[in-house]
Design a protein around this ligand. Structure first.
Ligand SMILES: *Cc1c(COP(=O)(O)O)cnc(C)c1O
Length: 430
C-alpha cells in the first residue's frame, strides 16, 4: 500500500478538508442531499446546531467505564458532571425515578431492559412487527427473537387500532414475564395505562418503547408512559431531535439491575461526547421553543394527512395522533416500493412499510410511512404540508409530470433552507 507523505506534525494540526478531501467532499454532498430533499422518513430529524457541536467534542477521547462517582478510570471529574447533568435533566423531563443515559442507540436500550429482567428463554409479549412493532421486539434474526420466546399481539383488522381484547387474551394464555408496548409505525396514541392493567392481571413487567414519540411526550402532546411502566426506553434522534443515541428510564426497584445490564453487561466505555449532546437535547426539550416545535410537528402531520386523503389516498386509521402516518396502498395499483421510488424522483424521501395483514413481503410492502419531524425542523408549516400532500398525491397517479413535481419540491426546499448559516467543511479553519 502506498504510504501518504503526511508528517506527524502536519497530521496533528490539519483540518479534515486538508487531510481527507474525499470524506470532506462526501460530508458536503450529504449536507447538500439533506438540504435538497423533502425528508418525510418518520424516524429521522435534523438535530440542533448546538447538539451537533456537543456531538463533535473532546469527551470522545475519554474512557469512563462505570457511572458518575464510580468509575474505573482516573480523570473523570468533568465527564461525571456531564453524565450527571444528562441523568438529572432526563429524569426531570419525564418524571422518572431512575435513568441510564449510556446506551449507544435505541436497540441497546431494549437489550439493556431485557438483560436486566429476563433469563434466556423467558416470554416477551410485544406488537407484531408487520403491525408496527420494532425489530428489537422479537424479529427472529434479531437478538430479541434469538434469546427469548416471543409472543405477539396485533391490531384489529377493521379499525387498525391495537386490539386490547387480543392483548389480554394472549397475555392470559402465554403469561409473559415482560409486555412491550410502543412501536415504529403506529400512528395513534399508545394507551400505556391499558397495558398496565393487563400486565398487573398476569403479573408481567411493562416496558414502553417510546423511541418514536418521546418528543411529543416531552411537550405534553402524548400521554407520558413513565408513571405506568417498570421501564421506558427511547432513542434521542427521532422526535426528540437530539444526537443519534438512546436512554432508559425505570422505577427505583429496577435501577441496580438496569445499570449492571448496561455496564458491564453489554457495553464498555460510554460515549461521553454523545452523552454531552444528550444533556443539551434534554435541556432544549424542556423549553417553550421545543413545545412550539412539537405543536407544529403535530399540526403539520394533520395537514399532510388531510391533504393526502383529499388527494385520494387511503390512510391507516384515517389519520394520526402523532408525528407519523401510514399510506395504505392496497386499493391502488402501487406497491410500497414503487411508491417510494416514485417519490424519490420528485425529491421526496420516505420509506415503504408493511401495513397490517399485508400480503406483500416487507421488501415490497403495501404501505408508505410518512412523518413530519424533519420538515418541521426546517420550518415547514401547514400550507407547505398541503403542497407536499398535493405533490405526493399527484406523483402517485399514472402519467404524472415528474419534472414539474420535482420543481415544486425544490421551491419548498429553497423557501425553507436547512442549517442556513452552516457552510459545511470547505471553510473549516484550523
Ligand atoms: C428506532 C427504534 C428503535 C431502535 O433505534 P436504533 O437507534 O435504530 O437502534 C427501537 N425501538 C423503536 C420502537 C424504534 O422505532
Amino acid at each position: 500500500m502506498a504510504v501518504a507523505q503526511e508528517t506527524f506534525e502536519h497530521l496533528r494540526h490539519a483540518a479534515l478538508l486538508e487531510i481527507d478531501p474525499e470524506i470532506a467532499g462526501l460530508l458536503e454532498r450529504e449536507l447538500e442531499r439533506q438540504r435538497g430533499q423533502i425528508e418525510l422518513i418518520a424516524s429521522e430529524n435534523f438535530t440542533w446546531p448546538s447538539v451537533l457541536e456537543a456531538q463533535a467534542s473532546v469527551p470522545t477521547n475519554k474512557y469512563a467505564e462505570g457511572y458518575p462517582g464510580r468509575r474505573y478510570y482516573g480523570g473523570c471529574d468533568v465527564v461525571d458532571e456531564i453524565e450527571q447533568a444528562a441523568i438529572d435533566r432526563v429524569k426531570a423531563l419525564f418524571g422518572a425515578e431512575h435513568a441510564n443515559v449510556q446506551p449507544h442507540a435505541g436497540a441497546q436500550t431494549n437489550m439493556a431492559v431485557y438483560f436486566s429482567c429476563l433469563e434466556h428463554g423467558d416470554t416477551i409479549l410485544a406488537m407484531r412487527l408487520d403491525h408496527g412493532g420494532h425489530l428489537t421486539h422479537g424479529l427472529k434474526v434479531n437478538f430479541s427473537g434469538r434469546l427469548y420466546t416471543i409472543v405477539s399481539y396485533g391490531v384489529d383488522r377493521e379499525s387498525n387500532l391495537i386490539d386490547f381484547e387480543e392483548v389480554r387474551r394472549v397475555a392470559q394464555e402465554c403469561r409473559p414475564k415482560l409486555i412491550v408496548c410502543g412501536g415504529s409505525a403506529y400512528a395513534r396514541t399508545i394507551e400505556t395505562e391499558r397495558f398496565r392493567e393487563i400486565a398487573d392481571d398476569v403479573g408481567a413487567l411493562l416496558l414502553c418503547d417510546m423511541a418514536h414519540f418521546a418528543g411529543l411526550v416531552a411537550a405534553d402532546l402524548h400521554p407520558n408512559p413513565t408513571p405506568y411502566c417498570d421501564f421506558v426506553t427511547s432513542t434521542t434522534h427521532k422526535t426528540l431531535a437530539g444526537p443519534r443515541s438512546g436512554f432508559v428510564l425505570c422505577k427505583e426497584e429496577h435501577a441496580a439491575a438496569l445499570d449492571k445490564a448496561v455496564f458491564p453487561g453489554m457495553q464498555g466505555g460510554p460515549l461521553l461526547h454523545s452523552i454531552a449532546a444528550k444533556a443539551t437535547c434534554f435541556k432544549i426539550a424542556a423549553s417553550q421553543g421545543f413545545r412550539s416545535y412539537q405543536e407544529q410537528v403535530r399540526a403539520n402531520a394533520d395537514a399532510l394527512a388531510e391533504a393526502l386523503v383529499d388527494g385520494g389516498l387511503d390512510l391507516l386509521t384515517g389519520g394520526t395522533d402523532t408525528h407519523l402516518m401510514q399510506v395504505d396502498l392496497r386499493k391502488s395499483s402501487w406497491t410500497g416500493r414503487e411508491a417510494e421510488e416514485r417519490l424519490d424522483e420528485v425529491n421526496i424521501t420516505a420509506n415503504r412499510n408493511t401495513v397490517p395483514f399485508d400480503e406483500r413481503p416487507p421488501t415490497v410492502a403495501s404501505g408508505l410511512r410518512l412523518g413530519t419531524p424533519a420538515v418541521t425542523m426546517r420550518g415547514f408549516d401547514e400550507s407547505d404540508m398541503r403542497e407536499v400532500g398535493a405533490i405526493i398525491s399527484e406523483a402517485l397517479t399514472e402519467g404524472a409530470e415528474i419534472g414539474a413535481l420535482a420543481e415544486r419540491s425544490d421551491v419548498l426546499c429553497e423557501k425553507r433552507p436547512l442549517y442556513p448559516g452552516f457552510r459545511g467543511f470547505t471553510t473549516y479553519v484550523a
